[in-house]
Design a binder for this molecule. Structure first.
Ligand code: FES
Length: 192
């Protein structure tokens, strides 16, 4: 069972972090990746919120951490994702004291789950408005809308991500099912 505690966890010396660029520690029942980038230390959950690939194997550039499995990108200091198919990445406080790096295992961004999902859904809503499909969406039965939103928010097959979202938008525009069955998924899509 995991337990979140406030006790700081020693990560390594600053010299070692500077040299290696990233270290992974176990803290509060989870694996945390501590990065050194642009002269500062940052700590994030080591599991990619998309499909769990180790973030410690990602690449940091210009303050953006990229996961190497499906290339989801996250803002390193705050954990916000740039890619809707991935959730935000939990971040943690990290401190350098007397040449040693310490991690505070409690999550820095303590957004409640309800507020978190409301924010995600607002992003999806904005996308539907941008595509001019909100009216069509609102006419659909509640269960279809819920399935559709979950499908987008938790979509896991990033290789086909663009196609899947496009198919959903096509289905909305044409009155087809929002969450097509397997046969429909193989149907070539026609876009205006
Ligand atoms: S597991 Fe990281 S982007 Fe898919």
């Amino acid at each position: 069972m995991s337990a979140e505690t406030d006790a700081p966890v020693h990560v390594c010396s600053l010299a070692e972090l500077e040299e290696r660029g990233v270290r992974v520690v176990s803290a509060g029942g989870r694996s945390v990746a501590v990065f050194w980038a642009d002269g500062a230390a940052y700590a994030v959950d080591n599991r990619c919120p998309h499909m769990g690939f180790p973030m410690s194997r990602g690449t940091v550039r210009d303050g953006i951490l990229t996961c190497h499995w499906h290339h989801a990108r996250f803002e390193l200091s705050g954990g916000c994702t740039f890619d809707p198919f991935a959730d935000d990445l939990p971040v943690f406080k990290v401190e350098v004291r007397d040449g040693e790096v310490f991690l505070e295992p409690r999550r820095e961004r303590g957004e409640a789950p309800a507020a978190h999902w409301q924010r995600k859904l607002r992003l999806v809503e904005r996308a539907l408005r941008d595509f001019g499909l909100m009216e069509a969406f609102e006419e659909r039965p509640l269960e279809e809308r819920a399935a559709c939103l979950l499908w987008i928010a938790a979509s896991t097959d990033s290789d086909e991500e663009e196609d899947r979202v496009s198919r959903m938008l096509d289905a909305l525009a044409g009155g087809g099912p929002l969450v097509p069955r397997q046969a429909a998924l193989r149907r070539p899509r026609a876009r205006a």
